[in-house]
Ligand binder design. Structure first.
Ligand code: GNR
Ligand code: NI
Length: 166
């Protein structure tokens, strides 16, 4: 397994719509394993393939405190949503920024697992937030897109400055 580099906002590669996975072959499984290692090391509660510059609809998640509940979603689809809740979100691709985002409170999702089997998951709370945040990444959407343009521009300028000095 290897740790992968994480792309940072406003990198245009975070804005692509990722391709569906055809078959969950060894190459996809290696990507998943590397994403888990990268996510746990970061540390983060979720990671999407585009954040590690991979063009594939793959996400890894673990919202458990003891990091004992790895969840991998391939080609995830939202089947239903319910309610509304506001949560403070952060993103490994936008380090140091935490802002409130309003999203559906519960989601029902269908996805392939690491064995290529179709599964349905019902989620609420932080898991529901994380699933939606990661699925947004697969369509090139970032949590800062839910903020005002003024806030997003401030974040972009700060990020560009930090990257110039890095
Ligand atoms: O580690 C992460 N924490 C987090 C907190 C609140 C809402 C969403 C997240 S996801 C984030 C990791 C990440 O950037 N995934 O794309
Ligand atoms: Ni993110």
């Amino acid at each position: 397994m290897s740790r992968l580099d994480i792309l940072h906002f406003p990198d245009s590669r975070l804005r692509r719509r990722c391709k569906p996975v055809g078959t969950v072959d060894d190459k996809v499984k290696r990507l998943i394993d590397d994403m888990f290692e990268t996510m746990y090391e970061a540390p983060g509660i979720g990671l999407s393939a585009p954040q590690v510059n991979a063009d594939a609809r793959v996400v890894t998640i673990d919202v458990s405190k003891d990091r004992s509940a790895p969840l991998c979603l391939i080609n995830p689809e939202i089947l239903a949503t319910d309610g509304e809740a506001e949560t403070e979100e952060g993103c490994l691709s936008v380090p140091g920024v935490f802002e409130l985002v309003k999203r559906p409170e519960r989601v029902r999702v269908r996805a392939l697992d690491r064995d290529g089997r179709s599964r349905e998951i019902e989620a609420e709370g932080l898991l529901a937030v994380c699933i939606q945040h990661e699925m947004d990444h697969l369509d090139g959407q970032l949590f800062v897109d839910y903020l005002s343009r003024l806030k997003r521009e401030r974040i972009r300028k700060k990020a560009e400055k930090a990257q110039r000095h890095a």
